[in-house]
Ligand binder design. Structure first.
Ligand SMILES: [Zn+2]
Length: 234
């Protein structure tokens, strides 16, 4: 994908983030990597209002902003830290999701209660206690946890999800908020039952590439049952 197409994809997912209620106003930011540069949302804009050409090109190793570009998001250091630590990722999404903030700022960790949360987020979700937003301290705390997991909760602030591409990072962002909403409701309703280690291990393997290959092979082997009485079994 070239930079022009990546800009268009960023606009699409930025709108989806707002539509899903994962952030409001000028909160949250989004970026995607193309080789040695990232494109990141500009500072001071509502994500919904950013045009393709307004995404700011920043060198990942150099931290240099392309000439004539707007000012990058104030969380630019956090995004750079993610790409520098994770050569395998192509996108970073930072949101301010209300259920996630409510649950995790009240002393709870986000925990797996149902299949999708394990399949999308894996078994590892990091939780960082509050650090002032936009600071180098926050970027450096994220830098330490991001090698180990694809989702980090920032208590009293929001969440960061990373992915191979924008689609994966976006689905993870949605899954974080859905998981938090269910856990919060379950906590209010009574005593939530969380998935145990064996259940989570089994689910995690469902999301793996190996499982998908096995599933495809089994689908090819599948033969529909013959119906009694039909001449050729069709
Ligand atoms: Zn934020």
């Amino acid at each position: 994908m070239n930079l022009r197409d990546l800009r268009i994809e960023l606009v699409y997912y930025a709108k989806r983030i707002l539509e899903e209620g994962l952030t409001t106003g000028a909160g949250g930011n989004i970026s995607a990597r193309k080789e040695k540069v990232m494109l990141i949302s500009p500072s001071g804009f509502c994500l919904q209002e950013v045009a393709p050409e307004q995404y700011v090109e920043v060198g990942i190793e150099t931290g240099e902003i392309a000439k004539g570009a707007l000012r990058p998001s104030s969380e630019v250091l956090m995004h750079l830290a993610c790409y520098r630590q994770r050569p395998d990722i192509g996108a970073v999404i930072h949101t301010h999701p209300p259920y996630t903030i409510a649950l995790t700022s009240s002393g709870h960790d986000l925990r797996a209660m149902f299949a999708d949360s394990v399949i999308y987020l894996g078994k590892c979700v990091s939780h960082l206690d509050y650090i002032t937003v936009t600071t180098p301290e926050l970027a450096s705390a994220v830098e330490k946890v991001i090698p180990h997991c694809d989702c980090t909760i920032l208590r009293n602030h929001g969440a960061i999800t990373v992915g191979e591409n924008l689609k994966q990072a976006f689905w993870r962002a949605c899954s974080v908020e859905e998981s938090a909403q269910i856990q919060l409701l379950a906590t209010l309703a009574g005593k939530p039952r969380f998935l145990d280690k064996n259940e989570a291990d089994r689910l995690e393997s469902l999301g793996s590439e190996q499982y998908r290959r096995q599933l495809l092979a089994r689908m090819k082997e599948f033969q529909p049952p013959r119906r009694e009485g039909s001449k050729d079994g069709k």
